[in-house]
Design a protein around this ligand. Structure first.
Ligand code: GRF
Length: 219
């Protein structure tokens, strides 16, 4: 059984999708703990309702980023996770943290990286006039929104799109690809070479999953 620690800051819809997929597909994966840096994160209730241990490490109670990250490292190491999953965790992590969990730290970012890093990615996409937008699952490095890419999904950008409407379509795809990319990475059949994910095995990805997915309106 592979152990996950999931870090959240907000509503936790990706956490919910992950828990649903683990149950639906019967993967040998368990969410050992959910840690939030915000006491009122909605995702904490989702975890509690499934009987998953939760913890709040409130970043406002720490003098600086490194003190907060050290506390987080301490709590995570006690859990011995195979993988630390960032699921809407809205804190920049120190280089020390990223190094400690090198290749054991995964994130989903709501854009087709390397385009549109940072925040307000859907508005960035609309402002840039791109016709295709999406989301990216990647291993985390010390550089913001960067690291070997495990999976991406694309959605079309409509002429009358608002950031909210576009975000909703991207989120649907996030829920599709994030759990499957996590399962694929945990399968141990993927490797990292020159900052890229290489798939040398057969069937690293769960049945019916490709590391590149299209929203139904593009298919
Ligand atoms: C998602 O859009 C994710 O891509 C971004 O933060 C959001 C988290 O949403 N990193 P949720 O808390 O999983 O609902």
């Amino acid at each position: 059984m592979k152990r996950l620690a999931v870090l959240i800051s907000g509503r936790g819809s990706n956490l919910e999708a992950l828990l649903g997929a683990i149950q639906r597909y019967g993967w040998p994966i368990e969410v050992a703990c959910v840690i939030s840096n915000r006491p009122n994160a909605g995702g904490l209730d989702i975890a509690r309702s499934k009987g998953i241990p939760t913890e709040v490490i409130d970043h406002t109670q720490f003098s600086d980023r490194s003190a907060f990250d050290n506390a987080l490292i301490h709590r995570l190491e006690a859990q011995q996770p195979d993988l630390v999953v960032l699921a809407g965790f809205m804190r920049l992590l120190t280089a020390e943290f990223c190094a400690r969990f090198r290749h054991r730290l995964v994130n989903i970012h709501p854009s087709l990286l390397p385009a549109f890093k940072g925040l307000q990615t859907h508005q960035q996409a609309i402002d840039a006039g791109v016709r295709i937008h999406g989301c990216t699952v990647h291993l985390v490095t010390a550089e913001l929104d960067h690291g070997p890419i495990l999976a991406q999904a694309a959605v079309s950008v409509r002429h009358d799109d608002t950031a909210e409407a576009l975000a909703a379509r991207v989120l649907k795809m996030e829920h599709e690809i994030y759990p499957k990319a996590i399962a694929a990475w945990l399968s141990g059949q993927l490797t990292v070479e020159d900052d890229r994910i290489i798939d040398r095995g057969e069937g690293a990805f769960p049945t019916g999953f490709m590391s590149c997915q299209l929203h139904p309106d593009l298919a």
